[in-house]
Design a protein around this ligand. Sequence first.
Ligand code: ZN
Length: 683
Amino acid sequence: MYADDEPEPDPYLFYLLFNDYQACESKVPLREWNGIDDIKCQQLPINENAFMLSSFYLNRTERPTGFLALAQNEKEGFHVFFREQEKERNLRIEVSPFTNSQNEVLPHLLYWEDFFFAPGVGIPDSLAEALIPYAGEIQKSMVDHNKVFYVELRSTMNQTPGEYYSTISVFDGDELVTSKPVTAKVWNFALPENHYSEVVMGLYNCNSGYGATRSIFALNGLTVENNGNPSADDLPQAKKILDGYQECLLDHGVSTYEIPRWLMDDDSKAAELTMADLRRKVFTVPVHRGHFVNGDFTDAAKKTISKYKRLVYDNPFLKDKAFFYLMDEPTGTESEVALLEAMSERLNELWPGYHAVAPFYSNFEQTTALFEGKIDIICPNQGAFDPRNSNYDLKQANFLSFQDRENHPEWFRTWRYQGDAKCGGTYFWIFNIQQLGVMRRVPFWQQWYMNSDGWLQWSCAYLPVNWVKKTLPGSGGIQTGNGDGILVYPGTLWGQSAETPIASLRLKQLTDGIEDYDYLRLGMEFVDESSLKTAISRFLWREYASDCKSVNKEYEFYAAYTCTYLQRARYEIGQLLDAANTEHNWGEWQIAVLPDKGHNGLEIRTCEGCGAQTSRIKLWDGSVVGDVNGDGLVNILDVTTLVDIILGVDDNGISDEAADVNGDGKVSILDVAILVDLIVGIE
Ligand SMILES: [Zn+2]
C-alpha cells in the first residue's frame, strides 16, 4: 500500500490541544482549510517552563504530557483530539479526577464534540461545534476521521492553589490504546464573581422584535402560536426552558437582554434576585419604540416601566444595570430623530436618569452627537472602525473618539456590536464564518485598549424553525455561517433535557475572552504597568499594529492563525497576578435583595478600587418584611400600624426587620412609602 521510501502513517494521532481551535471532522488535522498544517503547534505545552521557550510557538513534535493553568473561579478547557488512521475502534475516553497532593479535587466536566457542516462559507469539511455531555459511551471511530472531546476545568472561588494531576486515557472497548498525563496549575488569585466585561445578547426577544428567536421553543418540541408565544399548555415548560437558557448563558458570562419573560409577573422577588445576580451585568426594561404610539408610551408599556422602576430605581445594586433598548440601527432620518426626541422627553419624566442603547451602523460622529441627552450607551457597529476599503482617516478618527472616554463624560457605557471589520489584514472580531477560535477572544483584548465596556449581540439562540440539525445556517440562508446569532443549541436534539441548552465550542471560546479581560483588569489593579504591558505585548501588538494600514505579514500570520501568542500573554499575566497580593479593597456587606418567607435574599460587597463584587445569601430570619402587625399577612392594615409606630402611638413589639421595610436599619417614614409600593406590587 505504501511505497518503500514512504513511511507508514502512525495508527492514530493523539493530541491535547488548546481550546482556541475548532477541529475538522475528516481532514488530516489541518486546522485551516488553506493548507496551514499547524495543529501540532496548538498542543498544550509539556510543562510550565515550555511557555517561555521560543520553540513553544512552532514546535511540531508530539508532546507526551499536557500543562495548563487557571485562576480560581475560572473555566479552562482543552481538547482531546484522536485521529484514526488504521482501523475502526470502539473508542471511548476516560479522564481521571484532577487531584492535588492532599487529594483535593479540581472539578471538571467532559463533553464530546459534534461536527456541523457550514455550507457556503468555503470550509470543505464539518467543524467541531456542539459540546454534548459525555459519560464514557463508546463512539465508533472511522479511519481518516477525527474524534474530539472537550475537558472543562472549573475551579472554585476557594480552590487550593497549586498543581492538580489527571490522566487522559483512550480505550478500544476495554483495552487501553494510549494515555497522557495532564497537570493543571491553579493560580493564587480569583476571577471576580461579576466579570468586568459586559456581554449582552438577545435570547427570546419577543419584546424586542426578533420573532425568529422564538424557535428555541419550537425546536425544543413546544407548540408556538402565531404571535410567537408558546401555547397555554406548553407555557410551564417554556418558562423552564427560558430559565435553563438564562442559567447557561449567565454561567458563561453572558447577560440576556431580558430577564425571563414571565418572571416579573409570576414572582417579582425572583425577578429582583435574577437582576441582582452578579453574573448578570445588565438587563433591559422591555420597552422600545414599538411601544411609543401617538406621542406617548402605551399604557401597557407604562405599567411595565413602573413595575421595573419599583424594584430597581431605589436599589443601588440594580439601578445602573437597567437600560432601555430604544431603537435598533437608527440612520438619522428626520422622523427617527423626532421619535427619539419624543421618547426621550417622555422617558425623562417616567424614569429620570434612564440609560439607553440604540446600536447604530454608520456616521459615528453625527450619530453620537445626535444621541446626547437621549442615548448614553454608545454601541457602534464595528464597521465604524473598518479601514479596509476607504475612509481610513475617518475610521481612525472614529476609533480615537470611541477610545477617548475622558472627553465623553456623557457616555455612560460603550459597547460594540458585530460587523466583520478588519484592521490591516486582521479581523477586528469574528464569531462567524471562520474556525479560528482565537478570534472569538480577540474582541476582549481589543476592549482593553479601546477603553470600552463590552459587547452586544442581537441573538445567541437564533435558529430557523426548519433548521437542519448539524448544519450551520449558511451565508445564502438567513444569517452568515458558523455562528452569527447562535451560541447555544436545543438540548432535545441530542436527547438531553430541553431545559439545558447545548453550548457551542464558540461560546466556550467567547467565555475565555471574557475571562481574558478579567486578567487584564486585575492586572491593571495589582500588577505594575510596565510588566503588564510587556506581557500583553506578547500578543496584542501583533494583533493590532499601531498603524492599521500596514500589518507585518509574518506577525499577522501567527496572530491570526495560531493561539500560542495569546496563550503566552495570558500565561504571563497569570504568573504576575499569582505572585502579586491580589486582595481587593472590599467595602461593607450590603443588602441587595431582602429575603422573604419564600426566598433567600442577597448581600453584596464591592471593591472600591475596581468594582469587583462578591455575594452571599441572606437567609430569611423568620420575620415577614412588611408584616408590621404580625398577622401573617402584608396588607394595608400594616401601613396603619407602621404609621402608628412611627408616631409613637403603637409599640406592638414586632421585630424591626418587619417594620424596616427598606432595610436601612431604621424604622422611619421612608418605610411607609416602600411598604405601600410593596403592597401595590403584591396585589
Ligand atoms: Zn478590586
